[in-house]
Each structure stands twice: as structure tokens, then as C-alpha cells.
Design a protein around this ligand. Structure first.
Ligand code: CA
Length: 243
């Protein structure tokens, strides 16, 4: 996810250019102490961390947002991490997954990798090794990350910061661009108002919800008329979905 302004994070990272790539990590870990430790250790290294404690919360988190890496525990209170991973891969979620588990037999590792994990680190583990493996996954991920997002005749170029609809250039403000980018990176997912506000306005408090509606109606105006059909679905009380 690209940060669209010089925010506090940029300043604290001493980044001198206006865009930085925010790496989003999802941690699924039911041991409270370990979950808290990982969240803190990764946050200190400037990752944006979401920590969840069971399969249900993880499903919800992944439906709401895309992640750059998922750290997955296997023994969970409401299911098995391997089943969850199978479910995600079947559903087409291709986020890199690093399994972090006390199951350390060779067969366990092979099974984990076979069902779609990208890496497997047995517990107990060294934090430095976990970080190194995550960096390796992130490097691989960013090498394949698309810089042109396409959907329904829309072409959004992240490098040239341009948008075309059926070959014709569309003028967008930087906020409209950021908003469209989030949707194009999550086609079909319902994006909640809170999530959108966090990404676009970098705020955790309730952005004046009218403001989001204003931006959405501007995007609709620019795309839906030329397309001749709806591009977004309003999910009442929840958010929006790119159709
Ligand atoms: Ca566990």
C-alpha cells in the first residue's frame, strides 16, 4: 500500500520522498504473550501489524484487507491453521504465508508447504530469523507486485500515477487516486469505512462519513457513466465493494 503524503511514519523513518511502501503483516497467534511480543517487535520495525487470535478473526481480517505477509500458527482454538490456509488458497488469496508452529516434524513442514505455505519456521524460533525470512518473502512479493492495476477497462498505473478508462485518460485528485487504488487491489472484497479511512486519511478516528460518500460519488461519476454500469456496491452500514 502506498502512503500518499508525508505522514508521521515517513518522518519517523526519516524518509525524504513523498511515497513509501507500507508493509502490512497479519499475525495469527493464539498465545497472548507471543502475539503481543510479535506485534510489538514488528511494529517497532515499521511494519503495520494486525494481530488476531483465532481463525474467525483471521478470516474477517483477510476479507477486509490485503496483506504482504501472513504469519500463521497452526494449533488454534477454533480450528487448524492448515485448514484455514487450504481454504484461503482455494478462495484465491495468494498472500505469502509463513507458518510458525510448534509442530516441527519434517512431515509437518512438508504438509504445510504442500498446502500452500511459502515458508515454515518451527517454534521455538529466533526473532532475528523470523525477521530475515519475512524480509525474504517481502522481497519476493514486491518483485512480483504489479505496478499496473486493471479492472473492467480501468487501468491504474502506480508508477506514472495515471488512470485510463477504456484507453481514455481520467483526471483524478490524489485522494480519488488512492481510493481507487485500494479498491483495485481488493476487487470483490467489502472494504469497511474504517479501513478506507485508515488508508486514505491515515486516521483511526471516525472520518466524517459524509466525506467518504462524497469521494465515492465522485469516483462513481467519473467511471460509472462511461462504463454504463455500476462499478461499486454500497454495503449499507459497512462500506463499499468493487464489482
Ligand atoms: Ca497455538
Amino acid at each position: 500500500m502506498l502512503c500518499l503524503s508525508r505522514c508521521k511514519r515517513c518522518a519517523s523513518l526519516n524518509v525524504s520522498y513523498p511515497f513509501h511502501v507500507i508493509m502490512k503483516i497479519l499475525i495469527l497467534e493464539d498465545q497472548r504473550k507471543l502475539g503481543l511480543f510479535l506485534k510489538q517487535a514488528l511494529s517497532e520495525r515499521a511494519y503495520t501489524v494486525t494481530w488476531v487470535e483465532n481463525c474467525a478473526q483471521a478470516r474477517e481480517a483477510l476479507c477486509e484487507s490485503a496483506y504482504d505477509v501472513i504469519v500463521l500458527d497452526l494449533g488454534l482454538p477454533d480450528g487448524d491453521g492448515l485448514d484455514l490456509l487450504c481454504e484461503w488458497r482455494r478462495a484465491g488469496f495468494n498472500e505469502p504465508v509463513l507458518i510458525l508452529s510448534a509442530r516441527d516434524a519434517v512431515e509437518d513442514r512438508i504438509r504445510g508447504l504442500d498446502v500452500g505455505a511459502d515458508d515454515y519456521l518451527p517454534k521455538p524460533f529466533s526473532l532475528e530469523e523470523l525477521l530475515a525470512r519475512m524480509r525474504s518473502l517481502l522481497r519476493r512479493q514486491s518483485a512480483v507486485k504489479e505496478t499496473v492495476l486493471q479492472h473492467q477497462g480501468i487501468k491504474l498505473d502506480l508508477l506514472s500515477r495515471t488512470v485510463h478508462l477504456m484507453g481514455k485518460p481520467i483526471d483524478l485528485t490524489s485522494r480519488e487516486f488512492a481510493l481507487l487504488e485500494i479498491f483495485l487491489q481488493n476487487p470483490g472484497r467489502i472494504l469497511t469505512r474504517t479501513l478506507i479511512a485508515e488508508k486514505i486519511w491515515e486516521s483511526h478516528y471516525d472520518v466524517d462519513t459524509n466525506l467518504l460518500d462524497v469521494y465515492m460519488s465522485r469516483l462513481r461519476g467519473k467511471f460509472e457513466a462511461p462504463l454504463g454500469k455500476p462499478l461499486f456496491k454500497t454495503v449499507r452500514g459497512v462500506g463499499y465493494q468493487l464489482l
